[in-house]
Design a protein around this ligand. Structure first.
Ligand SMILES: Nc1ncnc2c1ncn2[C@@H]1O[C@H](COP(=O)(O)OP(=O)(O)O)[C@@H](O)[C@H]1O
Ligand SMILES: [Mg+2]
Length: 258
């Protein structure tokens, strides 16, 4: 069955807040092992779309499937189990400041698994090595840079070995050089682990580095959804405007989105 190769599927998802339509028939599929980027202006519903995938929000109508399961059909336990198979990288690190980096990473394993302390230590060390900061475990979040915090956030999202990882604006608040190193890390992690990912980001360099395909969210729908290469050479007028297209090949048109 080709079904098995689709990790996330949204079908005609509608969502309004106080009568204001945000998602208005959003449909897309993410194939196993692939990375799908989602672009769109501020307030267009990119984070709302991610929250539907995690099951933190329910659609007014339409279907959200993860790993073949309709989220609406899962009970509380089923949804909690599903969430443990997803990693989520928050924009603001969301690390606990009074715990060390290693303790932050260990927390989801202590709460959700029966692993022994030494097995937990081993997993923590493995993930710190994966994000190329093997010696950061004993530090506190307040003692490390923004780029390192982002690495810790990625390690924590991966600590339970999820099949799917979601990133909400992974470059936000990082300077261009650190952003590039984070983007390369995201790409390497996908390749090394074969994990599927959804990345919300409006920086062109990020999606060029990490995404196999990109979707342009406009008026609540996927106006354009194409392989990354052709996405950034758009024919669609609205997407050309968004990207400031004549400059799109030469520089990052970040300003176009805010
Ligand atoms: N829980 C909520 N209750 C009411 N409105 C919301 C809620 N979450 C998001 N919205 C609204 O939905 C719109 C899209 O938000 P969001 O997905 O965060 O945008 P972005 O594309 O910048 O991530 C915004 O207008 C926001 O105010
Ligand atoms: Mg957002």
């Amino acid at each position: 069955m080709s079904e098995r190769n689709v990790v996330v599927r949204m079908r005609d998802v509608h969502k309004s807040f106080s009568g204001v339509s945000i998602l208005a028939g959003l449909s897309f599929e993410l194939e196993r092992g692939k990375c799908l980027g989602i672009m769109g202006g501020s307030g267009t519903g990119k984070s709302v779309a991610l929250r539907h995938v995690i099951g933190l929000m329910k659609p007014d109508s339409g279907v959200v499937e993860v790993a073949g399961d309709d989220l609406a059909a899962l009970d509380r336990k089923g949804l909690a189990a599903m969430r443990r198979r997803m990693g989520y990288v928050f924009q603001e690190g969301a690390l606990i400041n009074w715990l060390t980096v290693a303790e932050n990473l260990a927390l989801p394993l202590k709460e959700n698994t029966k692993l022994s302390p030494s097995e937990i230590d081993q997993k923590v060390q493995e993930k710190l090595a994966l994000v190329r900061i093997p010696d950061a475990g004993a530090k506190y979040p307040t003692e490390i840079s923004g780029g390192m915090k982002k690495r810790v956030g990625i390690a924590r999202a991966l600590i339970t070995d999820p099949a799917l990882i979601l990133y909400d604006e992974p470059n936000a608040g990082l300077d261009p050089e650190i952003s590039r190193s984070i983007n390369r890390l995201m790409r390497d992690v996908s390749e090394e682990l074969g994990v599927s990912s959804l990345v919300v980001e409006h920086r062109v360099d990020c999606l060029r580095t990490v995404a196999d395909e990109v979707l342009f969210l406009y008026k609540g729908q996927a106006l354009v959804h194409e392989p990354t290469e052709s996405f950034f050479r758009p024919k669609n007028t609205r997407l050309r405007e968004f990207l400031g297209v004549d400059a799109a090949d030469a520089q990052s048109p970040d300003q176009a989105s805010s």
